[in-house]
Design a protein around this ligand. Structure first.
Ligand SMILES: [Zn+2]
Length: 339
């Protein structure tokens, strides 16, 4: 039988190229403002992490992953000296975050979290300065890595409830920008259209106010709870400064540490950037009342700057506001995987 020959050669092939079925590290980046390492692989992976000493460093290993490039390193700042990434052995890609001499970090403060089995991030605590001439007392420690959080639970769309909050109304006009453009006049049509588009797709969507009226922050959040909502999306426009018409762009906020909020924010943000003519001012974390008081995924979309030359001109156009509403609604539908 030929099978007898086939088997050893197949085994041989597998042994010779142990990385044949390995995942590949597609993307890695260290954000030095947030002390956060982001990793994306093309197949599932479960990282391990540990803190080692002399010098103090965080070692993140991706078992079964090929780096596929020469070793690289990135110099960071005076607290975090360098990040190195490379192939540690045939099966493992290793990323090392090395602190500068005189700094230490608490292993208990390191968080390794999976947004999915192929997207992970490592949040470092702020490095701490060691007192002069003190030897670090820290010990090598391994960091627990919980399984990745599954992608948003799929809720049948008929039972999905989304609260859409136009951030200002009534006597509270919000920010006022170029040409007297009022925030409330920009965001109300967008929020209303988001609700209409979601309803057209069979999702229960509600506004925190149905006309131009004042609604307190507490009441907005309470409505999220009262409706047993699955997500809370607050719509605002930004105002920087009348002397900065050059500042324009989309910002989407979530509360710090809110994983599902972060994912919803990113999904909406990317949808808007893909289909609306607007600059990217990033997904950001903020302790806004409406975000931190929500038990459900909560985001705040700032649809542009009323004080920005480009954004103010665009936001004054109904067609631009419609595109914005469409993109926000699509982001919400994508997050909840509504087909
Ligand atoms: Zn606002």
């Amino acid at each position: 039988m030929k099978l007898r020959w086939l088997l050893p050669s197949l085994l041989g092939a597998l042994l010779l190229c142990p990385t044949a079925e390995a995942a590949k590290l597609k993307y890695w980046r260290f954000n030095s403002k947030q002390d956060r390492l982001d990793l994306i692989t093309d197949a599932r992976v479960r990282p391990t992490a540990k803190v080692l000493l002399n010098p103090t460093r965080l070692v993140v290993d991706l078992p079964g992953t090929v780096f596929g490039k020469p070793k690289t390193s990135q110099l960071i700042d005076k607290k975090i000296r360098v990040i190195r990434a490379g192939q540690f052995n045939r099966q493992t890609t290793r990323i090392v975050v090395e602190l500068a001499p005189g700094y230490t970090l608490s292993p208990e403060g390191v968080r390794v979290r999976g947004l999915s089995s192929t997207r992970w991030f490592v949040q470092l605590p702020k490095p701490q300065r060691l007192p002069e001439k003190r030897v670090p007392k820290a010990r090598p420690a391994s960091i627990p890595v919980p399984p990745p959080q599954p992608i948003a639970r799929q809720i049948p769309k008929a039972s999905l409830v989304i609260v859409v909050d136009p951030g200002h109304g009534g006597r509270d006009v919000g920010a006022v920008g170029i040409g007297g453009l009022q925030e409330k006049r920009v965001i109300f049509p967008i929020a209303s259209e988001v609700v209409k588009l979601l309803k057209d797709r069979g999702v229960n969507a509600v506004l925190t106010r149905s006309n131009d009226q004042f609604v307190s922050l507490a009441s907005r959040v309470a409505q999220g709870k009262g409706f047993k909502a699955d997500a809370f999306v607050s719509i605002h426009a930004n105002a920087i400064n009348m002397s900065r018409p050059d500042v324009n762009g989309l910002e989407t906020y979530h509360a710090p540490g809110a994983l599902s909020g972060a994912r919803l924010a990113r999904t909406i943000h990317n949808n808007v950037l893909r289909s609306v003519n607007i600059r990217d001012r990033g997904v950001r974390r903020a302790r806004f009342y409406v975000l931190r008081s929500s038990a459900i995924p909560a985001v705040l979309v700032a649809v542009g700057c009323v004080t920005g030359r480009e954004d103010a001109a665009n936001l004054a156009q109904a067609s631009h506001r419609s595109q914005m509403a469409q993109a926000i609604a699509n982001g919400i539908l994508a997050y909840f995987q509504v087909k």
